[in-house]
Design a protein around this ligand. Structure first.
Ligand SMILES: Cc1cc2nc3c(=O)[nH]c(=O)nc-3n(C[C@H](O)[C@H](O)[C@H](O)COP(=O)(O)OP(=O)(O)OC[C@H]3O[C@@H](n4cnc5c(N)ncnc54)[C@H](O)[C@@H]3O)c2cc1C
Length: 273
């Protein structure tokens, strides 16, 4: 049994029967093939910043990609393994005079998780990781494939990987724009200043909880150690000692509060295990 408490950004005390931590694409493929033959259920974990473990213990295998951090920048092209943290991707590109996607510097996830969720800014702004993706290398039970951007079927917070749950992102090729490192640094600073002013980052959280459609004042809702942030309205924060069960109660209270006002229950932004 292995703890996942440090591997989910809400810091919920959860564990898994098996934890596998491949260091490169070859080790990831070998682990996935072994799991496919064994029939043990598995979950792919990136930064754990959009994944909610609804039970305190997962009886299968968690494949954690966070040690797969190879990133190669050549001319305007960036090849990154699935586990590269988004801030590292932005900074590696900046060092080589490339930019354009600095707004992703504040996303505490990985390239794999970012492609899965098509991470980006709000719907209105239309700034998404998919704008920069050229191709994605994927493990499928039938063999390895390289998908074009069109084949990834990107939409707002959507990619084909949310439908094809047996597919695993090994890494991706992105194309960035030439930019002076000082200019990129400045844009990173502006983004992080905005984040520090506007987001409730001093308590563990997992970013936005619900998709659009969230319509009540939730600030008074609380369950055990979990509560809604009074600063970033659509975030649940771990106020101290929160458990999966606390978070489930809070989600349920929020849905009930919507229904009680005759409003449709909001849908979850998080992926649930
Ligand atoms: C403080 C904070 C701020 C945030 N800000 C933003 C923001 O500005 N914009 C935004 O879009 N999101 C934001 N998020 C949400 C989150 O960071 C993103 O959704 C991020 O892309 C998730 O990446 P991850 O690596 O943490 O994925 P995880 O949470 O580890 O996983 C998410 C899903 O992706 C799947 N997955 C992960 N890696 C792979 C892979 N290699 N192959 C196949 N499937 C995979 C997992 O199985 C899971 O279903 C924020 C979260 C926090 C905590």
């Amino acid at each position: 049994m292995a703890s996942l408490t440090r591997r989910n950004t809400l810091r919920l005390p959860v564990s898994t029967r098996v934890l596998i931590r491949p260091r490169n694409r070859g080790e990831l493929v070998a682990a996935l093939e072994a799991l496919q033959h064994s029939g043990i259920p598995r979950v792919i974990l990136g930064g754990g910043s959009n994944l909610f473990f609804a039970q305190p213990h997962f009886g299968g295998a968690v494949v954690d990609t966070s040690l797969m951090t190879a990133v190669v920048v050549r001319e305007e092209s960036i090849v990154a393994d699935a586990g590269v943290p988004m801030p590292r991707l932005v900074r590696a590109a900046a060092r080589q005079g490339l930019g354009g996607f600095e707004y992703l510097v504040s996303v505490p996830g990985t390239v794999g998780g970012g492609i899965f969720t098509n991470a980006g800014r709000g719907r209105r702004l239309g700034l998404n990781l998919s704008d920069w993706v050229e191709s994605v290398d994927v493990y499928t039970p039938g063999g390895l494939q390289t998908l074009t951007r069109a084949e990834c079927e990107f939409g707002f917070r959507w990619s084909v990987f949310q439908r094809q749950t047996a597919w695993v992102i090994l890494g991706a090729r992105l194309r960035a724009l030439p930019a002076a490192p000082a200019e990129v640094d400045q844009r990173i600073r502006i983004r992080m200043d905005w984040v520090r002013r506007r987001q409730h980052r001093d308590k563990p959280n997992a970013g936005s909880v619900f998709k659009a459609g969230y319509r009540i004042d939730n600030r008074a809702l609380r369950a055990g150690g979990a509560g809604f942030s009074n600063r970033t309205r659509n975030w649940i924060v771990n106020l101290g000692g929160a458990t999966s069960s606390d978070v489930l109660k809070l989600l349920s209270a929020c849905r009930q509060a919507h229904l009680a006002r005759g409003l449709p229950a909001p849908t979850l932004e998080w992926q649930v295990v």
